[in-house]
Structures are given as structure tokens and as C-alpha cells.
Design a protein around this ligand. Structure first.
Ligand SMILES: Nc1ncnc2c1ncn2[C@@H]1O[C@H](COP(=O)(O)OP(=O)(O)O)[C@@H](O)[C@H]1O
Ligand SMILES: [Mg+2]
Length: 243
């Protein structure tokens, strides 16, 4: 297989390349070796992460949660090949670069757009949990906004056309299938912590997400999940006060 790879990003766990695979824009996530781990353990962990990612992508498809399509898994080379969204922005960059900038220019509807994005996030996380998918690393870097119909420009304003935007979840390496309400509560707590550290200038964001999560459907265990979330949060608070 002749491949021409271009490096896109180097993360903490993986190198990301882009290429064409079967003529489609493809992202290759290649998990690299960690030298501080015993080689056997490292191989086991890497394989586990790749399996988690592939499994959850497939499960999300059934659940109706948008993710990149899975193209190929190559355990030998520690790679996963998936659909590359060329017209996308992480929710993190959307908030930091688009929302803030347009807010400063007082371009009107940004607050509504951000609220709509928060609603999409709440609904999507709820859909994951209703299908017993625990994401394990819910952060705004692991959520993409994708243009449904690419405008073919790189104008910031295209990200404010909320009807032309969909939310795509990525980075399922730490995900797993479980029906435990506690684990769902922890998933929400991880997201809250991530929002506090990355977007502390939007203190209402998490509440908006949580409202959408509650209201998306009347799944009978939502009360229990929220109670677990409160427990985990209280424990976290105690920990930070002591430590
Ligand atoms: N399918 C994709 N299409 C477009 N961009 C992507 C895609 N997958 C990942 N990215 C970009 O690469 C970054 C890192 O990918 P991710 O899967 O989260 O790996 P990491 O383990 O390094 O966090 C994301 O935050 C996003 O900016
Ligand atoms: Mg990530």
C-alpha cells in the first residue's frame, strides 16, 4: 500500500497523520511507544486503547452518535485509520478563537450559538450514556464541530451557522462499555473539570450542557446518574481541600 503521509499533530499519546486512503481523506492515529513502560505492558496498553477506540466508534454508529468512520485497524503498526474531517474545528478552538473574537466585535448571536453547541454536547453525551458508552476523556478537544455542507471558505462566520454544524465525538481510547451510573457520573465530572480549567471565562457552559443532558430524554436512571455526579464532585472537592 503506497501511502503519502503528512504529519498533522503530535499529541501526548499518538502522532496523527493525514493521507488519502481508498481516495478518501484519512487520519491515521499512531500510538507511539512509551519508554518508561515495560515493553510488554506498553504493547498491551496500546492494543487495549486501539481496541477501545475501534469498538466505541462502531457502537456509536448504532447509537446515532456521530464519530469519524473507521477505515482500518493495524495493531502491528499501532495505527487506526479513520475519516478525516477537513472542515472541522474542535469545540475548544471554537470557544477560544471564534466565540471570543466575535463577542468582542459584538457580532450579535454568538451567545445563542454557544448555547446551541452546549445543547448538542448535552444531548450527545446523554446518547452515549443511554447506550452504555462511557467516553472516559470528555474534553472540548475531543469534540469537533463539522460543517454539514462545506462552505469552501475559511471564514470564521461559517462556524456561527448553527444549522450547518454538527457535533462529532472523537478520541475514544479511554472509553468502555458499562451501565454503571457511577461511571456516567464520573464522565460528567471529568467534563466539568475540563471546562473549568479550559473555559473558566464561560462559567455557565457546564450548566447548559447538564440541562440538555437532563432534558434530552426521560431515561429513568438520570436522577441516579446526577446523584452519583454530585457524590463524585463532593469527594473531589474534599480531596482538593485536604491535598
Ligand atoms: N477525525 C478527525 N478529523 C479532524 N480532526 C481530528 C480528527 N481526529 C482528531 N483530530 C484532531 O486531532 C486532535 C487529537 O486527536 P485525538 O484523537 O484527540 O488524539 P489525542 O490522544 O492526541 O488527544 C484533536 O483534538 C483534533 O484537533
Ligand atoms: Mg484528544
Amino acid at each position: 500500500m503506497a501511502e503519502e503521509l503528512k504529519i498533522l499533530k503530535q499529541g501526548a499519546e499518538a502522532k496523527l497523520y493525514i493521507c488519502k486512503y481508498l481516495d478518501r481523506p484519512t487520519l491515521i492515529k499512531e500510538r507511539f511507544k512509551k519508554n518508561y513502560r515495560h515493553p510488554d505492558l506498553d504493547a498491551t496498553i496500546t492494543k487495549e486503547r486501539i481496541k477501545n477506540e475501534a469498538r466505541s466508534i462502531v457502537r456509536c454508529k448504532t447509537a446515532g452518535v456521530r464519530t469519524p468512520s473507521l477505515y482500518l485497524v493495524d495493531f502491528e503498526r499501532r495505527r487506526i485509520y479513520m475519516q478525516h474531517f477537513e472542515n472541522s474545528i474542535t469545540v475548544k478552538d471554537f470557544i477560544i478563537n471564534i466565540v471570543k473574537k466575535t463577542e468582542q466585535n459584538d457580532a450579535g448571536d454568538t451567545e445563542n450559538v454557544l448555547n446551541s453547541v452546549a445543547t448538542m454536547i448535552g444531548h450527545t453525551v446523554k446518547k452515549l450514556h443511554e447506550n452504555n458508552i462511557i467516553h472516559g476523556d470528555l474534553t472540548t478537544s475531543n469534540m469537533l464541530l463539522v460543517e454539514k455542507k462545506p462552505k469552501g471558505t475559511d471564514d470564521d462566520a461559517r462556524w456561527l451557522q448553527i444549522n450547518n454544524i454538527e457535533l462529532v465525538m472523537i478520541d475514544f481510547g479511554l472509553s468502555y462499555v458499562d451501565s454503571s451510573t457511577e461511571d456516567m457520573g464520573v464522565d460528567l465530572y471529568v467534563l466539568e473539570r475540563a471546562l473549568i480549567s479550559t473555559h473558566n471565562d464561560f462559567p455557565n457552559l457546564f450548566n447548559k450542557i447538564l440541562d440538555a443532558y437532563k432534558n434530552y430524554s426521560k431515561h429513568n436512571n438520570v436522577k441516579e446518574i446526577l446523584a452519583k455526579f454530585e457524590d463524585v464532585r463532593a469527594r473531589g472537592r474534599k480531596r482538593t481541600m485536604v491535598g
